[in-house]
Write a protein that binds this ligand. Structure first.
Ligand code: SF4
Length: 423
């Protein structure tokens, strides 16, 4: 039996009951809209969730050699949603029935059964302990939230982070209550983009948003109070401390430049050794420059593609282009800040040969410190319906290998590291 034939598709019915495909079917993966031979399988990491994809027939390779839907009592495809620190390599092989609702925003990965064990097309992409280590129990977390709420009971930031920490399991929001590691400071209710995969606001897909956007922008005083209490408590346990603007539950922090300059200057004056970080779409290089002059010393700029056509299709930006994003990267470099790029990966887009070459040469030119490889959370076939036709990919595992070999000075990971010295 060939290794591929040992992999049996998993299928589900509408209730989520999962079964093995009948004999005669072998599992395939998907890259873009193409079925591909499966590769790069690992046992399900702890924390993985299996999901069925309603109204999406699962595909397999029949012993006749044909790739086709496996119809029966359990017709729907099954996917894995990986925990943080793992990179999806292949999409689940599936079709979408006409009229099917857009799927919620998760990073759907291919799964199969291998001799009785469920495996997923993925690889480890980071093991940074603050993100991968043990978390507090629910009662401990609830007590920490209640304690900060008592001290900052009027804070709009704390009201937002309470929901994020307790209902949406956001780790940076939890950190703000625990007084350790990277603490969240959501700042902006508005954005100048309309990303297809935005997790805080979906304008036209109908998909639910996993981290609903902060309804009103908090004041500068509120941000200073929450940021300072986090950094003081981090210092008390021996950490230099880290706070970050640009969370999953907000819009674009650069749009709040005026308020944030005062916030950053105050936090920097009180906490000279802290990492003051911004996650951004990089749309406003001059605003980023002014924030860095005030004391921001680390940034992460998210990129779907460095090519204008794909960039435009995904971000649907208002008033900026990929040139401004590149300029923001250069600004961060020239200001001496930590520069990380968050590459939103998608099998069949990130790994098409011209994308790989463009990404590698751009990252080399920008001299980024770290490349974060994230699986883009979105309904795969819905995303593809919004993008131009693309040629076949070479596989994300091959891309990771090329990045390692050709960009030896760029560290690869998932999580931003705090700086150990003031910048
Ligand atoms: S840039 Fe960020 S906040 Fe704005 S639409 Fe995209 S994902 Fe959402």
């Amino acid at each position: 039996m060939s290794p591929a034939a040992e992999l049996r598709p998993l299928l589900s019915d509408a209730t989520g009951e999962m079964v093995l495909a009948p004999p005669g079917w072998a599992a395939v993966g998907q890259s873009g809209s193409r079925a591909v031979e499966p590769r790069g399988w690992i046992p399900l990491p702890a924390g993985t969730t299996l999901m069925h994809l309603p109204d999406r027939p699962g595909l397999g390779r029949h012993r006749s050699g044909e790739v086709a839907p496996i119809f029966g009592s359990h017709p729907w495809a099954v996917a894995a949603v990986l925990p943080v620190g793992y990179l999806r390599l292949l999409l689940p092989a599936h079709q979408r029935l006409p009229g099917a609702a857009v799927l919620p925003l998760y990073g759907y990965a291919a799964v199969a059964d291998r001799r009785g064990e469920v495996v997923v097309a993925a690889q480890r992409s980071d093991d940074f302990s603050p993100w991968m280590g043990a978390r507090p129990s629910r009662p401990q977390l609830a007590a920490a939230v209640a304690e900060v709420q008592r001290r900052l009971h009027r804070s709009r930031v704390i009201a937002q982070l309470t929901v994020c920490a307790l209902q949406h399991n956001c780790l940076t929001a939890q950190n703000t209550f625990l007084g350790r590691d990277e603490g969240a400071l959501p700042t902006s209710a508005a954005c100048n983009a309309d990303c297809l995969g935005c997790i805080s606001l979906q304008t036209d897909s109908g998909a639910p948003t996993p981290q609903p956007r902060i309804p009103r922008a908090p004041t500068g005083e509120d941000l200073i109070a929450v940021g300072s209490q986090h950094l003081e408590r981090a210092a008390a346990v021996g950490q230099a401390g880290m706070v970050s603007f640009g969370q999953g539950c907000e819009g674009e922090p650069l749009l709040r430049e005026r308020a944030l300059i005062a916030v950053v200057a105050e936090l920097r004056a009180r906490h000279p050794a802290a990492t003051i970080h911004i996650n951004t779409n990089g749309s406003r290089p001059r605003a980023l420059e002014r924030l860095m002059a005030a004391g921001v010393n680390s940034c992460r700029i998210s990129v779907f593609s460095f090519e204008q056509r794909l960039f435009q299709a995904y971000y649907r930006p208002r008033g900026y282009r990929i040139q401004e994003v590149l300029e923001s990267c250069r600004t961060a470099r020239s200001m001496g800040a930590q520069l990380t790029v968050n590459l939103l990966t998608f099998p069949g887009v990130t790994d098409i040969p011209e994308e790989v070459e463009r990404t590698i040469s751009t990252l080399a030119d920008l001299e980024v410190d770290q490349l974060q490889l994230r699986s883009l959370n979105v309904d795969p076939l819905w995303l593809l319906s919004r993008l131009p036709e693309l040629p076949p990919g070479i596989g994300l595992a091959t891309v990771v290998e090329a990045l390692r070999t050709r960009l030896p000075r760029v560290s690869l990971g998932n999580f931003t590291r705090p700086l150990s010295v003031p910048v």
